[in-house]
Structure formats: structure tokens, C-alpha cells
Write a protein of this length. Structure first.
Ligand code: AHR
Length: 511
């Protein structure tokens, strides 16, 4: 029996809706054939897939990061603006592809406008110059009568695009990146890029490139940029590019704990280097997914199972729990490859993780409140991520094109709840949303939910994402993993309920 006690009167922090953001990169069928497919029966006159746009609206996407990713480190934005017929094709070094540049800055802005997402652009700090980044900001945001703002007008966009979020490079530490550099060089260069963007647009929100597994990199970046940037980015892919073992179920169930510790380590650097425990710099998990892009099965819908949905939901729980530190996260990617959606020749598959986003954005509240969860735990060994920038840079550069290392080292033992839960409220709405992720592979969990602080419960309903088998998935032939209709729950003073094995739930309680 699990005992959960929620105190809706004890607020811990505001949850930034940007934690439900997504990421899109010019790679594989992410943009071309994903969001963008001119001539397709389901596309609009611009080439945007109407059904994909509709899904982004349905999950209330708050922010979209673009254009990469590895891609951005050899991307020149001027190749992707102006009349489409005149745009140059380029060889693209990150993925070894040909980029036709038919989708560029203006198309991206129109995608954001159609979906309601805030645009988040990442600058090319690999092969790109400071000048080029400054010109991009001018093209996007300036209302002055200057060359690049006039170019935007000439391209048919009188009003500025109003891009507020700017990333200072992507994974600039990585040997797989065009123009990789060490922390010192990065910090100095990012200072100049960030400074210029701020001069051009004082309202710009700047995100420096952090390195999730190397505190030495982060220390240098925070030391140099602490007075300039609003956030530091980290990325997390659990298996394939990460260090988790896909065959070890309980280890996979510790991914959310791994992400929690990763966030806390980066925050510790911010507080340690600045000497300020209230320092406003936030952590932006601006690429994350349980899977990387290199697994041969990434395009196979059967690979995205209920198990993936459970991991995705518990990572969202972790982001909510860290709401005082994390202000943005971007699921990588929204459509195709390892994404929440998959476009097929004729239609669209909503993978299980899509419904996790929908559950959270529709039902979880905006304020994290105090809750305590007591019950059965499991013990597992989490992997150790030993990548450290300097050594890694040298070692990896000489092996297989400098891709990430494989091989899983374990050793860190953790005891974790089978039932992973966070509680939220919405100011003034007298409603609690409690996420309940049952990670147990075999057992339903009995659970009692009580409210503390003299609060009286008036009614409750349960929203559940469940399917009979952990490896159930959604394909063109049918959806096995989809939310059930909400079930009313008897609530007399407290709530008693049974949470099905391997399921994702949100319990809504009125008080
Ligand atoms: O798998 C996606 C890639 O992973 C992104 O392009 C890059 O930023 C990350 O290393």
C-alpha cells in the first residue's frame, strides 16, 4: 500500500510551461517529410503538414528549438531565406546529407505561429561567424530601416519575428560537432556572441551550451557567462547515445533519477561558481529522449512502447520536481526518428509518448506543491557516465568518426519508489493534479491519497494511459497505448485507488 500526502497550501515553486517544449532539426525525416512536405495531400500552401501542426497544438507546445542539433554547427541561415527557387543546396556535414534549404527561418516562424510555440533559435558557433549571428538577430527581430531587417521585409515579412530565445551553439565540446572547441575557447566566444545578441535585442533570453557529464566544462562556462546568460543547456539521451542498458528494465526505471541528479549537478556548479544559491541562471534540458537517433530501429513504431511512455512520464515528473531550477526542456524530436509522432505515406502515428505529453499539458498544474510518497521500493544499479570533455575529446576523435562511446559501466545503487508521483495546483482553481506513474512491471499498486493542511476533498477523477503489455505500441494498424476515458473516483475525506501495473496516470482532485 502506498500512502501519499499532498499539502496544496505549501507551494514549492512555479512550473514553467516551457518544460513541455520540443526540438526539431534538419535531419532524416524530421523536417522534410515530417513538419514540412510540400505537395502532400495533408500539407497547406506553405508545405506545412496540417495534421502534424494540429498535433502540436493538441499538446499545447510552448516552445520549439530549431534548426539543430549537430546540423546547426555548419548551417548558414542566409541559405534558407528568400524565394525558394533561388535557395542553394548544400552538403550537410553533421549527417552527411544534402540540405535543399526549402525550409528555413521564415517557414520555421510560420510553423511556430501556426502551433502557438515560441521560437528558440540556436546559433552556429561551429563554422558560423559572429557577424552572421548578429545579422540573423537583425533579420528576425529588428524594426529599424537596416539591411537585414529590410531583407526580411523584402521576403514578405513586414513585422519582426520576435524571436526571444537564442542558443549559443550546440554541444560545442563534441568531436562530432563542426568547429568543436575546449571550454575556455567556447566561453570566450560565447561571451561575444551573447553580448552582441543582447546589444541588438536587450530582451533576448540567452542559453549557453553546457555539458551534462563534465563539470569542468560547466565551471568554465558559468564563470565566464554568469552575468550574461539566462540558462545553460544540457542534453540527455538514455540509451544508444547514452549509457543505459535497454535490456535492464529496472535500470531503465532509474532514468528519471539519473536526469534528476544530472540537473542537480549542473545547478551545484551554478551555485558553487557564483557563490549565490539564488542565482537566476536556469538549466535548460534542450534535447532529451529515452532514445538517441542511431539505433537501427528508431523509425520502427513498434520500438516505442508503453515502457517508453513510462520513462517519458517519469522524466516529466523530474522536470516538475526541479521547477525551481529547470525552466525549459525540448523533447528530441517531435516528429519522426525517435519522435512522439511518425508520419507515414498516408497518415500519422501517435506514439505512446505523444499521449504522455498530452496528459501532462492538459492536466498538470502550474505550481508544484508539497507531497510525500511512502511505499514499496526497488533497488537498481544506475550507469556511471564517465565522459569528460578533454579526455573524451581526444579519445573519441580517433575512434569511429568521434561518435559517443558505448559500453555500460554500473555501480551507483539507488532505492526508488515504484510509484513515481508529483503534485501540482493551479492558483485560484482549487484543483490538485497528482501524476502517478506505476513503474512496477507486474503489480497494480494500492494507494491512499490524503490531503494535509485541513483541506477537504470534494471529488476526483483518474486519467490513465495503460495497455496490457509493456511492449505494446501504436502503429498504422492500430493504437494499443492511448488514454482511457477519465474515471470518477470516490473521494470521501481521502482517495483510495488501485494504480494499474506499468501505467501513467493523472489524478485530478477538487477541494
Ligand atoms: O540525436 C540528435 C543529436 O544528438 C543532435 O543533433 C545533437 O545535438 C545531439 O548530440
Amino acid at each position: 500500500m502506498y500512502q501519499i500526502t499532498v499539502n496544496p497550501n505549501r507551494s514549492i515553486g512555479s512550473i514553467d510551461p516551457k518544460i513541455y517544449g520540443h526540438f526539431t532539426e534538419h535531419a532524416f525525416a524530421n523536417i522534410q517529410g515530417g513538419f514540412f512536405d510540400p505537395g502532400h495531400a495533408r500539407s497547406d500552401e506553405l508545405g506545412l503538414r496540417r495534421d502534424v501542426v494540429e498535433c502540436l497544438r493538441e499538446v499545447k507546445v510552448p516552445i520549439l528549438r530549431y534548426p539543430g542539433g549537430n546540423f546547426v554547427s555548419n548551417y548558414h541561415w542566409e541559405d534558407g531565406v528568400g524565394p525558394r527557387a533561388e535557395r542553394k543546396k548544400r552538403f550537410e556535414y553533421a549527417w552527411g546529407a544534402v540540405e535543399d534549404n526549402q525550409f528555413g527561418t521564415a517557414e520555421f516562424i510560420q510553423l511556430c505561429r501556426a502551433t502557438g510555440a515560441a521560437p528558440y533559435l540556436c546559433c552556429n558557433m561551429g563554422t558560423g561567424t559572429l557577424d552572421e549571428a548578429m545579422n540573423w538577430v537583425e533579420y528576425c527581430n529588428s524594426d529599424r530601416p537596416t539591411h537585414y531587417a529590410d531583407l526580411r521585409r523584402e521576403h514578405g515579412f513586414e513585422a519582426p519575428f520576435g524571436v526571444r530565445y537564442w542558443g549559443l551553439g550546440n554541444e560545442c565540446y563534441g568531436p562530432w560537432q563542426m568547429g568543436a572547441m575546449d571550454a575556455r575557447d567556447y566561453a570566450k566566444k560565447a561571451m561575444e556572441f551573447g553580448k552582441a545578441i543582447r546589444f541588438a535585442d536587450p530582451g533576448a533570453h540567452l542559453i549557453a551550451c553546457g555539458f551534462e557529464s563534465d563539470p569542468a566544462w560547466n565551471i568554465e562556462v558559468v564563470r565566464e557567462l554568469q552575468h550574461l546568460v539566462d540558462g545553460i543547456s544540457v542534453h540527455h539521451y538514455s540509451v544508444d547515445w547514452g549509457c543505459f542498458d535497454l535490456d535492464d528494465y529496472l535500470q531503465l526505471m532509474s532514468i528519471s533519477q539519473f536526469v534528476d541528479e544530472l540537473i542537480k549537478r549542473v545547478r551545484a556548479v551554478i551555485e558553487g561558481v557564483t557563490g549565490d544559491i539564488e542565482h537566476p541562471m536556469k538549466v535548460s534540458l534542450d534535447e532529451w529522449n529515452m532514445f538517441g537517433w542511431l539505433n537501427p530501429r528508431v523509425d520502427d513504431d513498434r520500438f516505442y512502447t508503453l515502457e517508453n511512455a513510462i520513462v517519458t512520464a517519469s522524466i516529466l515528473n523530474t522536470l516538475i520536481r526541479n521547477c525551481r531550477v529547470v525552466d525549459m526542456a525540448n523533447y528530441s524530436t517531435f516528429v519522426n526518428i525517435n519522435g512522439a509522432l511518425h508520419t507515414t505515406g498516408t497518415g500519422l502515428v501517435r506514439r505512446p509518448q505523444y499521449y504522455v505529453f498530452k496528459l501532462f499539458t492538459h492536466h498538470m498544474g502550474k505550481v508544484l506543491v508539497d507531497s510525500e510518497v511512502v511505499g514499496e521500493q526497488f533497488e537498481t544499479e544506475m550507469p556511471i557516465d564517465r565522459r569528460v570533455s578533454r579526455n573524451y575529446l581526444n579519445e573519441a576523435a580517433v575512434e569511429k568518426g568521434g561518435r559517443r562511446r558505448t559500453g555500460i559501466e554500473t555501480g551507483v545503487r539507488r532505492s526508488l519508489n515504484y510509484l513515481d508521483s508529483v503534485a501540482t495546483t493551479d492558483a485560484g482553481r482549487r484543483e490538485i493534479a497528482l501524476s502517478l506513474v506505476n513503474k512496477h512491471p507486474e503489480h497494480d499498486l494500492e494507494c491512499a491519497v490524503d490531503l494535509a493542511g485541513g483541506v477537504e476533498l470534494r471529488g476526483a477523477e483518474l486519467h490513465t494511459l495503460w495497455s496490457a503489455h509493456l511492449d505494446d505500441s501504436n502503429t498504422e494498424d492500430g493504437e494499443r497505448v492511448r488514454p482511457a476515458d477519465p474515471q470518477p473516483v470516490r473521494a470521501g475525506g481521502s482517495v483510495r485507488l488501485c494504480i494499474p501495473r506499468h501505467s501513467v496516470n493523472v489524478l485530478k482532485m477538487r477541494y
